[in-house]
Ligand binder design. Structure first.
Ligand SMILES: Nc1ncnc2c1ncn2[C@@H]1O[C@H](COP(=O)(O)OP(=O)(O)OP(=O)(O)O)[C@@H](O)[C@H]1O
Ligand SMILES: [Mg+2]
Length: 253
């Protein structure tokens, strides 16, 4: 069984940054296969992780619908699986799958069923699955199988952050999937500054400090693997992983 961690939150709150940090920690701590899924149509997780797949799941879906999937005449299901497998960008210790643009108004039920089945199967081949979602959690709301073990709602420590975290929490409670554990991760927190009013009503998982080097790294297009392990934001995500999933850092004997 794989353990899934879904990351959600308002635009710009740090979902992609925290997803990439989680992937790095999971690789370093477990040495086991990690699947990173970029479920944001404006896909950026590849940049933070330093890999870019050649194609997206949406492109495979559209090619299937347009009857342009190579080999589909002989065996549609196998051709689909092959194409999705090809969409997987493989890197050291992890693979990245980019979902791409959501579907248009046509009914894609048959293709979506294939896709869901494949993703469920593929997910089981990895020990950990990290999903970087878009604000509306469209990807999660379209899934009907497989529970999400951990849903981390990322929010900035501002009144707008509190309001949106509350909304996303409510939205997550109405998702058609089982979410085993959910809560808010306050990101870009300044030390000594209390969380805004209303934050105390929300289930807080932890805090990640505002880290100017993390911001600078993104401005220069650096990957998460280039960050110094001692950076406070990266260390805070590591501490969260230890607390929430019981995954402590590896210690040298
Ligand atoms: N803890 C932090 N300290 C400093 N800067 C941060 C921190 N977390 C994220 N950032 C910066 O905030 C910006 C937005 O982060 P990111 O792209 O991860 O957000 P996002 O929620 O994925 O955005 P989007 O909704 O556009 O996908 C980036 O420039 C990133 O470097
Ligand atoms: Mg993002």
């Amino acid at each position: 069984m794989s353990v899934s961690i879904a990351i959600a939150g308002k635009g710009g709150c740090g979902k992609t940054t925290i997803s990439a940090m989680l992937v790095r920690h999971l690789i370093e701590r477990t040495g086991r296969g990690v699947l990173a899924v970029d479920a944001d149509p404006n896909a950026c997780l590849g940049l933070a992780l330093g890999v870019q797949p050649e194609t997206t799941v949406a492109e495979v879906r559209d090619a299937t619908l347009a009857g342009k999937l190579p080999g589909a005449e002989a065996n549609r299901e196998r051709a689909f699986e092959y194409a999705i497998h090809h969409a997987m960008a493989e890197s050291k210790g992890f693979d990245l799958l980019v979902m791409g643009q959501p579907e248009g108004p046509k009914c894609y039920c048959a293709v979506n069923n294939l896709l869901r089945r494949y993703l469920d199967q593929a997910g089981e081949e990895y020990r950990y699955v990290v999903v970087d979602n878009e604000a509306g959690m469209e990807h999660l709301s379209r899934r009907t199988t497989n529970a999400v073990n951990h849903l981390w709602i990322i929010a900035e420590p501002t009144p707008v952050g509190v309001l949106t975290a509350k909304r996303i929490l409510g939205l997550s409670e109405r998702l058609p999937i089982v979410v085993q554990q959910r809560g808010v991760v306050w990101n870009k927190v300044t030390e000594g500054v209390p969380l805004p009013p209303g934050a105390e009503d929300l289930p807080t998982l932890g805090r990640v400090p505002l880290d100017p080097v993390v911001l600078e790294a993104s401005q220069f297009g650096a990957t998460v693997f280039e960050l110094d392990a001692a950076r406070p934001a990266l260390a805070a995500v590591g501490a969260l992983l230890a607390e929430q999933l019981g995954l402590a850092p590896k210690t040298n004997p």
